[in-house]
Design a protein around this ligand. Structure first.
Ligand code: NAD
Length: 251
């Protein structure tokens, strides 16, 4: 990243997993980093560990995002990097999709992402970089992921339009589509451990590189897209998935 010491980065959902690793990476490159999350306790702990500022904000509440933006504006004025990462994974088969589960998943993964960008726009510097954390699920028909996948497909669609519309301000908007990454997200589904292990094994078997990704690997791609080295990249989507999206199925 060029001139990272002059850059201010906001990482939503930065207290855990991919967001945590990315906050660490951006900070190590000299950026001033602000992480957000839903749980006050977890945000406080992570911000202490990372030595960055932590602000509690539930992205499913537009008023909470507005409050977050006003705090960031007061402290830092404008920002250079917005990593829209907060998300949840709530698997359920078609036929057992509840309205609550639909609203929760779309509300965080899609509506939350859209309004994070909407509300941060006035304090994004011209030339800023927005990176949306999507998923290869946006393109797959993996069982039990209909709503999760739709929330990420919607996010990728939004990314393309936003990239076009924000180009006059030289704001770049890109999406990153990870395959399975070893983070606490799966443990939060409420699946019993045995089922979780079976799910992880089945998933790993489908990855041509035969492993889960590490959060630090995603962080490196996000940091690149945030940097001036990626100055000609906008409206793009980058799979980082051990090849799962091109798995021919006979492996
Ligand atoms: P994680 O559970 O470790 O982290 C998720 C983060 O999002 C946490 O910091 C959590 O506090 C935050 N968050 C959740 N709901 C929130 C809300 N309402 N308001 C504010 N913050 C909220 O999981 P992760 O795997 O690091 O997930 C990060 C992103 O990566 C998500 O968008 C997820 O969909 C995406 N993703 C993960 C994988 C994977 O295999 N782990 C694969 C593809 C995409």
């Amino acid at each position: 990243m060029k001139n990272p010491e002059n850059k201010v980065a906001v990482v939503t959902g930065g207290n855990s997993g991919i967001g945590y690793a990315t906050a660490q990476k951006l900070k190590s490159e000299g950026a001033t980093v602000i992480i957000t999350g839903r749980s006050a306790e977890k945000v406080e702990q992570a911000s202490k560990e990372l030595a960055v500022r932590g602000i509690v904000a539930d992205v499913s509440q537009v008023s909470a995002i507005e409050h977050l933006v006003s705090q960031v504006k007061e402290l830092y004025g404008q920002i250079d990097i917005l990593f829209v990462n907060a998300g949840i994974f709530a698997p359920a088969p078609v036929g057992q999709i509840s309205e609550e589960m639909f609203d929760q998943q779309m509300g965080i993964n899609f509506k939350g992402a859209v309004f994070t960008i909407e509300k941060f726009l006035p304090i994004l510097k011209d030339g800023a970089s927005i990176i949306n954390l999507s998923s290869v699920n946006a393109y797959t028909g993996m069982a039990n992921t209909a709503i999760y996948a739709a929330s990420k497909a919607a996010l990728n669609s939004f990314t393309r339009t936003a990239a076009t519309e924000l180009a006059p301000r030289k704001i770049r908007v890109n999406a990153v589509n990870p395959g399975p990454v070893a983070t606490p997200i799966f443990g939060k589904t409420g699946m019993p451990e045995e089922q979780l292990n079976g799910f992880a094994q089945a998933m790993q078997n489908r990855v041509p590189l035969k492993r889960f990704g590490e959060p630090t690997e995603i962080a490196k791609l996000v940091a690149f897209l945030a940097s001036d080295d990626a100055a000609f990249i906008t409206g793009g989507e980058y799979n980082i998935d051990g090849g799962i999206n091109i798995n021919p199925g006979i492996m």
